[in-house]
Write a protein that binds this ligand. Structure first.
Ligand code: GLY
Length: 351
């Protein structure tokens, strides 16, 4: 099987693991394999992974607890401890079998273990298949701030097998759907049409959607791997969205990443002044998929406060990245607190 995409030196395969992994491994030389999973992927994905890939190496695995709240330095310590216990050498291949948390954190632990060993991403959620596993961002959250510590390190390969979506809970499918919408709005009107004609999220043709969605991400990262410019487009919806997500993470009712980003995209789209009615496009693409929530206006100042920590900010100014004319055109917006609060108020009127 040939890779579906080549992102710099990283092959990205879209198809059954039984074909992609053995075909890639033919040209590799590792001493052993170390799989990182969580309790869900250990139970639901590891047996499939081991059976279908028939790895010709000694395989060890370790499990961490699932959830964004686990994406911390303390969990990294546990992973490094397991790597030490497993006596991993520098020719190990680390396999990150899971969603965005596993991929980001496993990538970070592998990139820093003995100054860096190879890792591959085997994403098992829609979010990680379309976004997190692709492009070499690795890292963790710190003091409640998302992804604030990390490194850019491309995986040795990415293996996307849509089979995992068949059993993915609806809530997780929705979570990744926001990133698919984002890719459509950044670079592919045909993908928008596909999403608009989809009857239900469950019945979607995921291989086709993933193909188009990953293509947008690959094109952006090819051009700007280290996020000096164009890649900031992939942050559309994330300045307000991440602030919402991290605020709600500390409550009893956390938002999924997708819901937070969908709200963020609606809010941020309203700042685009031009011919394109981006806000209407976001609403149309997500209205049958995402719940209609109300954000308590009392928390608006806290959301603004969290936006101060965003990585795109420069010299103390909050910056948001919004897609302008199609395709692949970036507009940087520098909003003030009042405008952000107004955009959240607008979102509340949709509910
Ligand atoms: N998830 C955004 C990026 O990879 O740049």
């Amino acid at each position: 099987m040939s890779p579906t995409f080549l992102l710099h030196h990283c092959p990205i395969y879209l198809g059954p693991l039984a074909e992609s992994i053995p075909s890639w491994l033919k040209n590799q030389d590792y001493s052993q394999v170390f799989v990182l999973c969580d309790e869900n992927t250990r139970q639901n994905c590891l047996p499939y992974f081991l059976e279908k890939t028939g790895l010709p190496y000694k395989v060890q695995w370790t499990e961490i607890k699932s959830g964004e709240g686990e994406k911390t330095l303390a969990t990294c310590e546990k992973i490094w401890q397991s790597m030490l216990d497993a006596k991993l050498d520098r020719r190990v291949l680390v396999v990150n079998l899971g969603g965005g948390v596993i991929g980001d954190m496993g990538g970070f632990c592998a990139a820093t273990w003995k100054r860096g060993v190879d890792f591959v991403q085997v994403p098992t959620t829609l979010l990680s298949m379309t976004d997190a596993a692709i492009g070499g961002k690795t890292g963790i959250d710190f003091h409640g701030i998302k992804n604030i510590i990390g490194v850019f390190q491309q995986p040795a390969a990415v293996f996307v097998d849509p089979v995992f979506l068949q059993t993915l809970p609806q809530r997780e499918l929705r979570s990744g759907f926001a990133e698919v919408i984002k890719h459509a709005l950044i670079g592919d009107p045909n993908l928008s049409d596909r999403l608009l004609s989809m009857e239900t999220i469950r019945s979607a043709n995921w291989t086709d959607i993933l193909q188009k969605s990953i293509a947008v991400k690959v094109r952006v990262v090819q051009e700007d791997p280290l996020e000096k410019g164009l890649r900031m487009l992939l942050n559309f919806g994330h300045t307000i969205g991440h602030a919402l997500e991290s605020w709600f993470l500390e409550t009893d009712e956390p938002l999924t990443h997708g819901v937070a980003i969908y709200i963020g995209m609606i809010c941020e789209a309203g700042f685009l002044m031009g011919k394109r009615d981006l806000r209407a496009e976001v609403v149309a693409l997500g209205q049958n998929v995402f719940p209609h929530l109300k954000i308590d206006p009392n928390i608006f100042p806290a959301i603004w406060e969290r936006m101060q920590q965003d990585k795109k900010n420069s010299s103390g100014t909050v910056r948001m990245a919004v897609p302008d004319e199609m395709p692949f055109s970036l507009k940087i917006i520098e909003p003030d607190q009042l405008a952000v609060e107004r955009s959240l108020t607008f979102y509340n009127t949709l509910s």
